[in-house]
Design a protein. Structure first.
Lengths: 190, 367, 597
């Protein structure tokens, strides 16, 4: 298997240089590494310069609120080997600071602006205008899981009148049959 | 004598701009010395909304990420979901998906004809091509039930099978289009004005293009053969016979040439799909959408759109809602990093033409 | 740069387009173009097919759909009475509402033009406000395209011919994965709760199972049904008949899911721990309960929770009543209720087994010793056919037959058995006979589709090689000189439509006499009450009509402080309505005794 060989080589080389990298293999042309956040710039630089992962496909962030961490994902593509590498790292949610990597890939600047605005992650040394997608925004970073869009919408906007007569199907039937739903069961309503 | 710099704003309301976006330009005379892209006119928070919806409901938002060519977004989302779940897609559905994607590509290129020629004052070809795009939209209407927001490619396959007589309709439309493309050539590619205004304008450096993550026709216009359909094939692209056109030069002209050839390749693909499409199921039904939970995991699916790489990063925590859906569009690079750099030193009158040649799509940035 | 002659002339070829037919629309005034056959335009709803389940409203991510009452549509069993109203200002025409509609009543039409200055007029009730949409339907769902999960997760069962080798339970029960998958099919509309006589909280416990919270499911089930294992195995499940998904597919296996949830709890101690019931301080009132069947047990359980001191008198050695002694072991194994009975006893209910009222203890004694009495005595006496030869040896009543078999006794039925009747008792008797090695035939007056028995039971019987002769009316049993039955004579019947609109009646065809040889006949045409235990002083005061004790909506009889429920008091006569009676009686007894407290 060609792809398997390529993957093994990548894993070996990465593990040799970055002792904290934990790999996870996927079928076909995807390979994941989890690293400490301090390792991110160096592993990205190494992958780009030494291993042909020239193309930065995507940078994403996931809020794992329950675990108190942000997960950052860097997706790289090697045009020669035709393989994707995902670099995962975890950032402490209470002190979300990451290294800026826009000197490795210039376009990372835009992604970092987005992460900064939407998740409140600070990138040390990031040079960019303050505002990106939001304007005059004073609230918490809106993509964080604890930002309640529904509450925000209810506070900011109002319902158009004329739809107050809507009924709940389950409650209508309940009322008709005299069924009394206990309090603890209510969370299982649709 | 050094002229005094003036600040000008292009957009967010400007016919040359492909959406709601603004470029702040610093000009000296009519030469641009600094450009900065400003966005924030269209933020709809789709990604946050998707987190609140279940896996199937989300798919109705996807087509709104980019209006001219919504299908690659649907495709990326569907494929990412399928990757996480390990859901098989029937062979027929794969063919239909490719047909839809290629039709969308043609439709989007026809719209681009309008934008690119219009930005240079050549309105006739734009009127023709946008009119002809309606025949593509007719096909979409017959197949999906809607002209623009198709909401057709969804996890597990496609939503409905071909309507009666659809194959013939597609072939007839392709025959017609192929003839029309020659008319476009007469008016656009053979046009002295077009040649003069595009050659040597908005040159992208080949080395920088790769490094900055330029994708799609702008990258191929720099002489680099890069196409996700070939490099990282999905659906049935590895079974199809087509070529990825490449032009050396990196200016508006070569990007236009690449697109011109790609339409013909798309027609070629569509003919192959119609000839070879197998029978059978078109949809591997997902469970009851209300309670359909995906296993824990993540996936990144990417699709080649006319704008380049259109990707969807999905993360699932094992529940009925996506944990995170992060869209990747080429515009992050093309309309910000690249455009800001490319406009410097260009003539003010060429801004719209350059933007159109990059295929920027502001809704992709804001979502 | 040199002059580009070609580049200057070529564009002029555009002039050849002059005189060509324009591509644009030329019809003025503007007439909207006819949309494609699959167009997703304005909504239409077939109001008669719609059941008001609200699934469209749930899937709509724009919250564009409200469920509202509509003039002229009354809610009924299986129909909430509400209909969707669409806010066309919010709709994005995705058509998901159409694809999830379980009946297929909702569709989109070819109409796409609606113009009005009044923004409020964009709130429409499809079908009510556009009845003409019927003709214009274009985007609709079929069984094939439906997003509902139509196929039931098959229940693991013993093979048909394997079954008749023993009395082992046929249904094996869902495992966890199967239960989650089956529960995930539910759309949680809750219409089923109306069909359930006890109005159990069905969507909630199914959702709990789907979400992997089995303990919560058990808690929700026990909120108004203390015998879920009984219902989980043998309920007549009226809920499944009207399940929204059943309009196009298999209903959600509500009964099996309940069974799954209860089976996850291993013993009575665990059950008590999970349910963690709130037991009120004793209030000093004593309630006597006659019969440990479903209604009596239910009344006892909820009364005990409310602090009443409950004592049950049961004639048999095990609780469960007709479910325990009338239903064969392959459907309802002997130990099915052990856990639940133990749990009910744990919370303070006393049960005196082998104590027949009227024989071991008089009704009067109970009536005078307790502050209130609940009676769930069932229908123990079978109806007879009333034809010649019924007294012959080998002509047995099916209920008695099942009772004997369930008590571990032997009944000699020989190898060729005829069962007369079409209810569950008839099928049970037939399937038990097959397990005893007999060749079994069922005679039924009407058609197979008219049989009141559970369709799964009928299918089960057929899988086990039981023949059904429908439209057959027995007229006489013949016997030999020793008084043993030898043949059954019956007439073929034809179905004659009822002029009053009722179900068709079987009318015997003269001269179509047929005779079958038999070794035994099991009669199963129904049972009746036996109230001989009521002493004279009560006999007159307890009003009985057509064999049933007359009760009010609180299950109170005409005799003061006497309540009744179950088969002897309701017409439906199944376990779940008996449970419902018991549950209602609790409220009645509480009101009666706690008045002024």
């Amino acid at each position: 298997m060609m792809m398997e060989e390529i993957k093994t080589t990548i894993i070996d080389r990465i593990k040799l240089h970055f002792s904290d990298a934990v790999e996870k293999e996927f079928s076909y042309n995807r390979l994941d590494f989890s690293v400490k956040k301090e390792t991110v710039p160096s592993i990205l630089f190494y992958l780009k310069e030494e291993m042909g992962f020239k193309h930065l496909s995507h940078i994403s962030c996931v809020d794992w609120l329950e675990e108190g961490e942000f997960e950052m994902i860097f997706i790289l593509w090697s045009p020669e080997e035709k393989i994707k590498v995902f670099i995962h790292t975890r950032v402490d949610r209470s002190n979300p600071v990451m290294d800026n990597i826009d000197m490795i890939w210039r376009q990372a600047n835009t992604y970092e602006r987005e992460m900064k605005e939407m998740y409140g992650i600070q990138f040390t040394g990031l040079e960019a205008p303050e505002e990106f997608l939001l304007e005059d925004w004073n609230g918490p970073p809106p993509m964080r899981r604890d930002f309640d869009t529904e509450a925000y919408a209810a506070k900011t906007y109002w319902e158009r009148p004329g739809r107050e007569d809507a009924l709940d199907v389950r409650e209508t039937v309940e009322k008709r049959t005299g069924e009394v739903l206990p309090e603890f069961a209510k969370k299982y309503k649709r | 004598m050094r002229e005094k710099a003036t600040t000008l704003y292009i957009g967010p309301q400007h016919p040359g701009i492909t959406g709601n976006m603004m470029v702040r330009l610093k000009v000296e005379g009519d030469t641009i010395v600094k450009a900065a892209t400003e966005v924030g006119y269209l933020h709809r928070s789709f990604e946050k909304l998707i987190e609140k919806r279940n896996w199937l409901q989300s798919f109705t938002l996807l087509c709104r990420f980019c209006v001219p060519e919504p299908d690659p977004v649907e495709e990326s989302y569907a494929r990412a979901v399928e990757m996480i779940e390990g859901r098989e897609v029937p062979e027929r559905a794969k063919y239909i998906r490719v047909l839809v994607l290629e039709l969308a590509r043609i439709g989007s290129y026809l719209l681009w004809y309008g934008g690119q020629s219009g930005s240079l004052g050549l309105y006739t070809v734009g009127q023709w091509s946008v009119g002809d795009r309606n025949y593509i939209l007719d096909l979409f209407e017959a197949l999906t039930g809607a002209r623009v927001y198709h909401m057709y490619i969804w996890p597990g396959g496609v939503r409905r099978d071909f309507p009666k007589g659809f194959e013939k309709k597609v072939i007839d439309t392709m025959d017609y289009l192929e003839k029309r493309l020659d008319d476009y050539d007469d008016l656009m590619f053979d046009n002295a004005i077009f040649k003069k205004r595009t050659k040597g304008v908005g040159i992208i450096d080949k080395e920088k293009a790769v490094e900055w993550g330029v994708v799609g026709p702008p990258l191929r216009g720099c002489g680099i053969r890069s196409d996700i359909r070939i490099d990282d094939p999905y659906e049935i692209y590895d079974k199809l016979d087509f070529i990825v056109p490449v032009e050396e030069g990196g200016d508006i002209w070569t990007r236009a040439l690449v697109r011109r050839q790609e339409i013909r390749q798309s027609i070629r693909i569509i003919r192959q799909v119609i000839d070879n499409i197998p029978g059978g199921e078109y949809y591997n039904k997902v469970p009851n959408p209300q309670k359909w939970a995906l296993p824990k995991g993540d996936a990144y699916a990417r699709t080649e759109a006319v704008r380049g790489e259109v990707g969807m990063y999905l993360s699932s925590d094992g529940s009925i809602n996506p944990r995170r859906a992060h869209f990747k569009g080429a515009a992050y690079v093309h309309a910000i990093t690249l455009l800001e750099h490319l406009l410097v030193g260009e003539n003010l009158a060429d801004v719209a033409a350059i933007m159109n040649s990059l295929g920027t799509c502001p809704p992709e940035i804001e979502r | 740069m040199s002059f580009d002659l070609k580049g200057t002339l070529k564009p002029l070829t555009a002039l050849k387009q002059f005189g060509q037919k324009p591509h644009t629309l030329t019809n003025v005034p503007f007439i909207p173009r006819e949309a494609a056959d699959r167009y997703r335009g304005l909504h239409y709803n077939n109001l008669d097919e719609c059941i008001g389940c609200g699934n469209c409203s749930t899937i709509c991510q724009n919250q564009a759909i409200d469920m509202i009452p509509v003039d002229g549509i009354e809610g009924k069993n299986g129909d909430s009475g509400l209909r969707p109203r669409v806010d066309h200002g919010r709709c994005c025409w995705c058509g998901l509402c159409v694809d999830v509609c379980p009946t297929g009543s909702l569709s989109l039409t070819k109409d796409y033009v609606y113009v009005s200055e009044d923004a409020n007029s964009f709130l429409w009730t499809p079908g009510v406000d556009n009845p003409e949409g019927d003709e214009r339907v274009s985007f609709f769902s079929t069984k094939e395209t439906s997003l509902n999960d139509l196929g039931r997760i098959p229940m693991p069962e013993l093979e048909g011919m394997e079954r008749i080798k023993s009395f082992a339970e046929v249904v094996l029960g869902y495992n966890e994965e199967q239960a989650r998958a089956e529960a995930s099919r539910c759309i949680s509309c809750g219409l089923c709760t109306e069909a359930c006589p006890e109005h159990m909280h069905i969507p909630e416990y199914i959702n709990a199972i789907a979400g992997g919270n089995d303990e919560d499911a058990v808690r929700i089930i026990y909120d108004n049904n203390p015998l879920p294992e009984m219902c989980g195995k043998v309920c007549t499940r009226r809920c499944e008949d009207i399940c929204a998904i059943a309009h196009r597919g298999d209903p959600i296996a509500i009964r099996w899911l309940k069974r799954y949830a209860t089976e996850t709890v291993e013993n009575a101690d665990l059950l008590k721990e999970i349910i963690n019931p709130e037991i009120k301080e004793p209030n000093g009132f004593k309630v006597g309960i006659i019969g440990a069947g479903p209604s009596g047990l239910t009344a006892a359980y909820y009364l005990a929770l409310k602090g009443f001191d409950c004592t049950i008198y049961e004639a048999n050695s095990k609780a469960g009543g007709m479910t325990m002694y009338g239903i064969p072991r392959y459907r309802f194994p002997e130990d099915s209720l052990d856990k639940q009975i133990e749990y009910i006893q744990k919370i303070g209910v006393r049960i005196h087994f082998n104590t027949k009222v009227g024989k071991d203890i008089s009704f009067g004694e109970i009536y005078h010793n307790y502050d209130a009495v609940f009676m769930g005595v069932g229908f123990p006496k079978p109806w007879t056919l009333g034809i010649e030869g019924e007294e012959l040896h080998g002509s047995i009543q099916a209920v008695n037959f099942l009772y004997e078999i369930n008590n571990g006794k032997k009944v000699d039925i020989g190898n060729k058995v005829i069962v007369i009747g079409g209810g569950n008792v008839a099928i049970d008797a037939a399937r038990v006979s097959a397990r005893l090695g007999a060749d079994v035939t069922i005679l039924y007056r009407r058609r197979v589709q008219d049989m009141p028995a559970d369709w799964e039971e009928i299918e089960g019987a057929e899988a086990e090689g039981i023949h059904i002769i429908s439209q057959a009316i027995p007229i006489q049993f013949h016997g030999d000189e020793k008084g043993h039955i030898t043949t059954v004579e019956y007439l073929k019947a034809e179905m004659v439509p009822d002029e009053h609109g009722g179900r068709p009646k079987p009318i015997a065809i003269e001269g179509s006499n047929t005779v079958i040889e038999v070794t035994a006949v099991l009669g199963a045409i129904g049972q009746q009450g036996d109230y001989s235990f009521l002493e004279e002083e009560f006999d007159e005061k307890v009003k009985i009509e057509r064999g049933r004790i007359v009760v009010n909506e609180k299950q109170e009889t005409t005799l003061n402080k006497l309540f009744a429920g179950g088969d002897s008091a309701n017409r439906i006569a199944d376990a779940i309505s008996a449970i419902a009676d018991g549950y209602r009686a609790v409220k009645g007894i509480e009101e009666l005794l706690m008045k002024g407290k």
